[in-house]
Design a protein around this ligand. Structure first.
Ligand SMILES: Cc1ncc(COP(=O)(O)O)c(C=O)c1O
Length: 392
């Protein structure tokens, strides 16, 4: 690592998260780890930790991602959630990738192709997200029977995706009922894997009895999706009214509030002090001389900037456990102010250890999905597990 700016990824924590999830929710047969965009930017290398923890299927976005994953693990089944271009059937067969069938038109084009080998497919059902999938019962039923007759395609799974859950429950219920209605004329029990839920659904809703799979995303990476309301700490009448108020605000049902899942984030972002200079009252700092020094102290130049996904909006960084205000940002550097004197080369925490990811998300008014994905690929990932450290 030539630049001392890195994300420290702890594979063991991810493994423990899966163990904890399976301990709390043992009722599924298929725990499908969603490892899109390099495992929510943790680095694709972590998939083996997820598998060790008990994930027994993976889901990714594109064929490119699927091939990358297959090179790391030869055996785990991999489902592509995006629609794959039919020009690449040879790669799908070669790398044993399960594909999504999202419409009758697509299926008919696939059936018209001349290819050798068997392809596993999952049917996507649009129950209300309106992104991908069958939204017509007639077409879905026709697809089911066409697949039953096919010699080259094996209908291994069927799934849908919830737009909401935990909050805005009526829409969750609507989607569930819509799925049931759309699949009324097919034999769900003949399809080996039925998976509807995602992280939030897992923790906020009971497993529908016809489902045997769950897609785990953000929960695996340490976010239990709880609404952060500790009802037990509220007493008597106040507790009753508080619950009523929250249910109204988030339109959630009494069963969809908290969970006691103990999962932990496994991602810490660090950088380093690259330079230090003394500044006095009246000095200006940064582009456009935007920041005006009101008390004398030091400006520290940190080797991380908005090209890495970190800018002034993060508000502060931690040096020696002390908050230091970010006063200016540049493409590759941040300028932070402190009255304390620190040495060049000193480690700087951006987030993840003493500053929680939740806190950064609150400051930036984004969620953890966006935060992970906004850290750019040029930030080196350092993977740690019990006994090994590796740059990825
Ligand atoms: C189809 C599908 N399933 C599951 C997930 C995982 O979602 P979550 O991280 O909320 O569990 C995603 C996330 O992008 C998705 O697109």
């Amino acid at each position: 690592m030539q630049r001392p700016t890195y994300a420290l990824i702890n594979g063991n924590i991810l493994k423990e998260n899966i163990i904890e999830i399976k301990k709390n929710y043992p009722e599924y047969e298929y725990y499908i780890g969603v490892v899109k965009n390099d495992a929510y930017h943790h680095g694709i290398y972590v998939i083996n930790d997820l598998i060790k923890g008990g994930v027994n299927y993976l889901a990714i976005s594109s064929l490119e991602e699927a091939i990358k994953v297959r090179k790391i693990n030869k055996n785990i089944p991999i489902l592509c959630l995006e629609v794959i271009l039919l020009d690449y059937l040879d790669l799908i067969i070669k790398y044993n990738i399960t594909i999504t069938i999202e419409s009758l038109t697509y299926l008919k084009k696939l059936l018209a192709k001349d290819f050798n080998g068997l392809i596993k497919v999952h049917l996507a059902v649009d129950s209300g997200m309106h992104r991908l999938g069958f939204d017509s019962k007639k077409n879905l039923t026709e697809a089911f029977y066409l697949l039953k007759e096919s010699k080259n395609l094996f209908l291994e799974g069927i799934y849908s995706h919830f737009a909401t859950s935990g909050i805005k429950d009526p829409y969750y219920d609507y989607q569930l009922n819509k799925f049931i209605e759309l699949t009324n004329d097919i034999h769900l029990e003949e399809i080996p894997i039925v998976h509807l839920g995602r992280s939030r659904t897992l923790v906020e809703h009971k497993k529908p009895n016809f489902c045997n799979g769950i897609r785990l995303g953000i929960v695996m990476y340490g976010f239990n999706q709880s609404l952060d309301i500790n009802y037990d700490s509220l007493k008597g009448k106040y507790q009753f009214w508080k619950i009523r108020k929250m249910q109204k605000k988030f339109r959630c049902s009494p069963t969809t509030i908290t969970n006691c899942l103990k999962v932990k984030p496994a991602y810490i972002l660090y950088s380093q002090i690259m330079s230090r200079r003394k500044v006095k009252v009246g000095d200006f700092v940064g582009y456009n001389a935007n920041y005006f020094i009101k008390t004398s102290g030091y400006i520290y130049t940190i080797c991380i900037g908005y090209a890495d996904g970190v800018d002034k909006k993060f508000d502060y960084v931690l040096i020696n456990s002390k908050k230091c205000k970010i006063v200016a940002d540049c493409m590759d550097m941040l300028l932070v102010f402190s009255q304390n004197k620190y040495e060049v080369g000193c480690k700087v925490e951006i987030f993840g250890e003493q500053r929680s990811i939740k806190d950064v998300c609150r400051t930036l008014n984004i969620n953890a999905y966006h935060l992970f994905n906004q850290i750019s690929n040029r930030v080196t990932k350092v993977y740690v597990n019990k006994d090994k450290i590796k740059e990825i």
